[in-house]
Structure formats: C-alpha cells, structure tokens
Design a protein around this ligand. Sequence first.
Ligand code: MN
Length: 237
Amino acid sequence: MTFVFDPAPQASVAIAGEESRFPVRRIFCVGRNYAAHAREMGKDPERDPPFFFMKPADAVVDATVNSNARIAYPSETENFHYEIELTVAIGKAGRNIPAAQAQDHIFGYATSIDLTRRDLQLAAREKGRPWDWGKAFDRSAPIAALHRVQDVGQRDSGRIWLSLDGETKQDADLQDLIWSTADVISIISHSMELKAGDLIMTGTPAGVGPILPGQIVRGGIEGLDDVVISVTEREGG
Ligand code: MN
C-alpha cells in the first residue's frame, strides 16, 4: 500500500520498566464519576447515569517524573484546568462484557491528567453542544507510564491526588468512584466493541481548578508512577 504522504506516527504510552510501548487506539473519558466533583460542577450525582466523551489518540503526552513534559497554555481559553484521573488500558477486545469479567480485558493502569479548557467546555454544555473543543485539544492527555495489572493488581482503591506547585488540590480515594473501572468497561462495551489499545480515563475527584503558565502540576495514584507536567506560556503570544 502507498500513501499520498507519510502516515502520522502511532500514538503510544510508556510501560513501566519496559522498552516496548503501548499503542493507543482511542481514548474514552468518563464524565462526573465522583459525587463530590459532580456537585462542584453543579450536577446531582445520584440522578445522572455515566456519560462519555473522547479525546484523539495523539492527545497523549509522555509525562512521567523523568520525561520533563512541557505543555504550552492552550489557545482560546482563559480557564485551563487540571483533572487527575486513573487511566485503565484495555489489552483484549470484547463486546457486551459483564462487569464481573471486565478484569480479563485490562492490560494495566496509569496516572493521567484530563486537561480541560473549562470555559469552552461550560459554554458548550450550556448550549447543548459537543465538548470536543473543551476536552479534545492537542496534548490534552498527559499520562505517566502504564503498569501491567499482573505487577500492581486491580486498582479499585487507593489514594488519588494532585498538587499545583506543591500545594495539594485534589485528594480522594479510588473507592469513591461512582462507576467502578469494571462497571465502566462493561457499559462502554455494550455500546461499542472495546479493542486492545483503548484507554479509558475514569473521571476526576473534587477540587479541579485553573493552571497558570509557569506552574507545575503533579499527580499520583497509590501503587502507580506519578504524572508531572509544567505549563509554559501560550505559543504565538
Ligand atoms: Mn475528566
């Protein structure tokens, strides 16, 4: 096969302790999956079923402690937010997966940040328009190295936190997820087939807020590598 120009490089994520990388197919994201965060966004966590949005595969950015990830303050926003999230990586395809069998499809887990142009997201929400411009922009998914599930076990509990310039802003436990990782895998797979290479960002706890140029964002999940980014000035002035 020939192409009229070179295809884009395969988007991928580092795997802890390995040379090989995890090729990314799609990035699913869960909206409002912690009750306290749903409340801070002005929604009732008891009444809203889970819903999803997506980011392009090449939104991933290597953001381990040693990768010195720098992300420029994005265009068209004045309210650029962090959201610490557990990412689950799918290693085996499946459709209509029962929650009790979801773990058979998990490759591993990583700590990640769902970077958000909050002003654009909220404007779209108010108008009933898609969230893509608020959520699916370039470099909006910094992620630390994946850990294989056989190395770290299922991540159903444990501290999840984020700091801005060293000050803790988000601090919760994975047990607080409204829809567990297994629930989320099952629900998505009843709507479309999950495939190896899919990532699922499982939602953020309360405490989201703005990042300014020059600030350093660091987040962690118990048992996994930390994610770290520094945000630089907006490109092109
Ligand atoms: Mn999110």
